[in-house]
Design a protein around this ligand. Structure first.
Ligand code: HEM
Length: 421
């Protein structure tokens, strides 16, 4: 069902790597913000610092990693022809960094000029990226559930961009927009439509390949993105009133679809051909377990309406699910790209190191342990504010270690090239 891998289509290594190497720095910045501002960031989702921290994650860490992954994945695994990837990356990468920086500054300083500048920069940089990648995935002759998921995810990213820019303009100009409900619609398209559907689509491909599991069942891989899209669509149709109990029912259905992806993936893990649990696999597993916990946690509002419940759901989704899975995938994808490029370059002339030799398992495992502790402390900090600043420090350590490990993977690539030269 999957299109074949076409390695000769791979972009130059600098194209995905510039995004991958930037991503952890946004996580470090998020940790620093939490260290400086402390518990106010975990008390309400609407605090300016909280919105800044959320976007350091979603429009910084996650967006950088996902854009980099798409630039590699679409030509190699989805048969898509991306227009001048080197140019595209050289333009989009700095624009996204500046845009995310401006948006964070806008939240923190509450300056209309920054909101407008962030909106414009995102519209140009991300808009350009979506158009070029959209053309590639729409024109690809390849078919299958992954391609459909990629198409839906990119369309959802466009809706996220449009609603995000509308929100930013509304805040800058003081327009009479229903901001909180619009933010709810924007968040659903960003996390449910873009991030989760992309994650599922890529998983259909990489989980069987890297984790040696059976393929996802056909009915599931085809149905899940559409089901999630339908829930996000119904959620948007409730705008601007979101009447209860409809709001809770639709929210729970969305989380249930998301959790079903976690459950199916864990089921596939149980049927792996080789029971090796490397660190990348453990990160993946943690993300899937977090998805199941998210479903349980989404029942909490039935027992009370504490604002911290939403913050807890946010920490679990952003840090437990998305950060973990991206972290785990980077540990597989980057050594794989290294190996691929070296193999293509030198052929039989010199044998590149194996993927396992690119970065010591002990380095990845140590960072995974820090990550587990960080997740536990951040989740606890929602209810025990005294843990917020230590959580910020741990987040900096976690992301800093990831940054260092990614640089080590690049170092392995450079060392091999230097040796052969
Ligand atoms: C790229 C993916 C993005 C994702 C996944 C995303 C996600 C989110 C989430 C989850 C929230 C709710 C925050 C909370 O409840 O604490 C939010 C709010 C917001 N987002 Fe984004 N966002 C993205 C991009 C953007 C962009 C590009 C802009 C604007 C240029 C933007 C502007 C805003 C604004 C202004 C709010 C807050 C609205 C308010 O104060 O009422 N977002 N976003």
């Amino acid at each position: 069902m999957h299109p074949n891998l076409s390695f000769e289509q791979a972009p130059p290594i600098s194209v995905p790597y510039r995004f991958f190497l930037t991503a952890p720095w946004f996580g470090i910045a998020a940790g620093l913000l939490l260290l400086v501002q402390g518990e106010v960031l975990l008390a309400s989702r609407w605090a300016p610092g909280t919105l800044a921290m959320v976007h350091l994650f979603v429009a910084g860490f996650m967006l950088q990693a996902m854009c980099g992954a798409l630039l590699q994945f679409i030509p190699v695994a989805a048969g898509g022809n991306i227009w001048r990837p080197r140019w595209l990356a050289a333009i989009v990468h700095p624009l996204l960094i500046v845009a995310a920086g401006l948006l964070v500054a806008a939240f923190l300083a509450q300056r209309p000029g920054f909101f407008m500048a962030a909106g414009h920069t995102f519209a140009v940089g991300l808009g350009f990226f979506i158009v070029v990648l959209g053309l590639a995935v729409w024109r690809t002759p390849a078919q299958g559930a992954t391609i459909v998921a990629l198409r839906i995810a990119l369309a959802a990213l466009l809706v996220t961009l449009i609603t995000g820019v509308t929100l930013a303009t509304g805040l800058a100009k003081g327009l009479l927009l229903p901001l909180p409900p619009l933010a709810d619609v924007h968040a659903a398209w960003g996390l449910g439509g873009w991030a989760l559907i992309l994650l599922a689509g890529v998983s259909y491909f990489v989980v069987p390949m890297f984790q040696l599991t059976p393929a996802y069942p056909d009915w599931f891989s085809r149905g899940m993105p559409w089901a999630l899209l339908a829930v996000v669509g119904i959620w948007s149709a409730l705008f601007p009133d979101f009447p209860e109990p409809l709001r809770s029912i639709v929210l729970l259905s969305g989380v249930a679809v998301a959790a079903s992806y976690g459950a199916v993936t864990l089921h596939l893990h149980a049927r792996r051909r080789r029971k090796v649990s490397d660190t990348s696999f453990l990160f993946f597993r943690l993300a899937m377990l977090s998805l199941l916990l998210l479903l349980l946690s989404a029942l909490m509002p039935l027992f009370g309406d504490d604002e911290r419940i939403t913050v807890w759901l946010g920490v679990l989704a952003l840090f437990g699910v998305f950060f973990s899975v991206i972290n785990g995938m980077l540990y597989k994808i980057m050594p794989f790209i290294n190996w691929l490029q070296l193999q293509r370059h030198y052929g039989m002339q010199a044998l590149p190191p194996t993927m396992n030799q690119m970065l010591a398992e002990s380095q990845m495992r140590a960072q995974f342990r820090v990550h587990l502790v960080t997740l536990t402390v951040l989740l606890s900090a929602v209810w025990l504010p005294v843990l917020a600043r230590p959580g910020g420090l741990l987040l900096m350590l976690d992301c800093g270690w990831l940054a260092l490990n990614l640089l080590r993977i690049v170092g392995a690539y450079r060392r091999f090239k230097a040796r052969v030269a």
